[in-house]
Design a protein around this ligand. Structure first.
Ligand SMILES: [Zn+2]
Length: 380
């Protein structure tokens, strides 16, 4: 009951902030928030998906979808049509047109569902929104991420190889250990980082996923980062944004907000699928990371670097990585299309088999052809 009361009070406060059109009033309202100000917000415009979203999406029309007039990276207005794609991964309804900017090569869905509608394409079984398992740190994660970590050459090599093979990077501890995970979903990464001593904060669009993260003790704001967050500037030592930027309606506005939230010397650690990867070229429209319309944008190293600079960041390192799961998943989508089957899961044995092409693909990672791009940035 007390939690509900706390939440109600917070909703009232957030509503006050949102309703304040005057800048000064908004500032005052923010100042009235107690403590660290990052709390559980429930007054979100994000729609709660009632049951499987496929049903809802079937009833949608494309009439009120929005057209993207200008390129997010170079502001050009001419785009070349690449073709139509559909959601082969979760089988939500609709066909989406992929276009490529003639100015810079950024690829994106155009027209697209609005921010209000896009939640309908995130099914209840969406992987990232499920409750995370009990967090467990692997040896290399602890070696690399614990405060004051010092490693000998051998342990450093082991950590380097493991990180190149793993889905996530573990950033070294820094500053006062204030971490914001943008698009934290149900808080799996936050769980792990808390074990390493970080103060964990998140922003998440899905109220259901955010609630799981809150229940596990993280401070999560239900909001869209593109619209700005009611948090003072320079509040974090690390902003982590892992496979989220491609989901956002304005990655540029999101990056500018992340830059505002970072303390001097803080870092942004970010990953997106690599549209310039060998895997993307190999599988074409069956590439699992196309994920229309959840993935609104597709970056390669050049477009991502340009966007980061516009957003106020200077990339310090940019690497690529390939995972067995995305190979297996893309192959499954291809099989389903060719044979008319409806396989929805990747058996562990099949993923294991794909470790072989992944090992071969890892030889291409140094050429920038891996299926994910990972960047560590400082504020420019
Ligand atoms: Zn462009």
């Amino acid at each position: 009951m007390r939690v509900i009361c706390d939440m109600s009070r917070f909703v009232a406060r957030m509503t006050l902030i949102i309703q304040c059109s005057d800048r000064c009033e908004r500032k005052q309202a923010r100042a009235n928030l107690s403590g660290a100000s990052l709390v559980r917000q429930r007054a979100s415009p994000w729609p709660v998906v009632p049951g499987p979203s496929t049903k809802v999406a079937e009833e949608m029309t494309t009439d009120n979808w929005e057209a993207v007039e200008r390129c997010e990276v170079c502001r050009a207005t001419k785009f070349r049509r690449l073709g139509e794609v559909s959601d082969r991964l979760y089988r939500t309804t609709g066909r989406f047109t992929l276009v490529r900017c003639v100015g810079c090569g950024l690829t994106f869905i155009n027209p697209r569902p609005t921010m209000k509608e896009i939640g309908l394409f995130y099914p209840t079984e969406y992987t990232e929104y499920q409750a995370p398992l009990t967090p467990r740190l692997r040896r290399w994660e602890e070696d690399k991420g614990r405060p004051g970590a010092k490693m000998g050459p051998w342990r450093r090599l082991v950590a380097f190889i493991n990180e190149r093979m793993s889905y996530r990077m573990i950033p070294p501890y820094q500053g006062e250990g204030r971490l914001l995970d943008v698009g934290c979903a149900s808080g799996e990464f936050l769980d792990k980082m808390r074990l390493l001593g970080w103060q964990t904060y998140g922003v998440e669009r899905s109220p259901a996923a955010a609630e799981i993260a809150c229940r596990n003790g993280h401070r999560v704001l239900v909001s869209d980062i593109e619209n700005g967050l009611p948090i003072p500037e320079a509040s974090f030592d690390l902003v982590y944004c892992w496979h989220v930027l491609e989901h956002l309606h304005s990655p540029l506005r999101a990056l500018r907000e992340m830059a505002r939230l970072l303390a001097p010397g803080g870092r942004l650690v970010l990953a997106v699928p690599n549209f310039g990867s060998f895997q993307a070229k190999l599988f074409g429209r069956f590439w699992s990371k196309l994920e229309p319309p959840r993935h609104l944008f597709h970056f390669d190293k050049n477009t991502l670097r340009a966007l980061l600079r516009h957003g106020g960041f200077e990339p310090q390192s940019m690497t690529t990585r390939t995972g067995a799961t995305s190979y297996c998943r893309s192959f499954r989508l291809l099989i389903n299309a060719v044979l008319g089957t409806r396989f929805m899961r990747d058996p562990a044995a099949a993923v294991f088999l794909f470790e072989i092409p992944v090992f071969i693909a890892s030889l291409f990672n140094n050429l920038g052809l891996g299926s994910d791009i990972r960047v560590v940035c400082r504020k420019a």
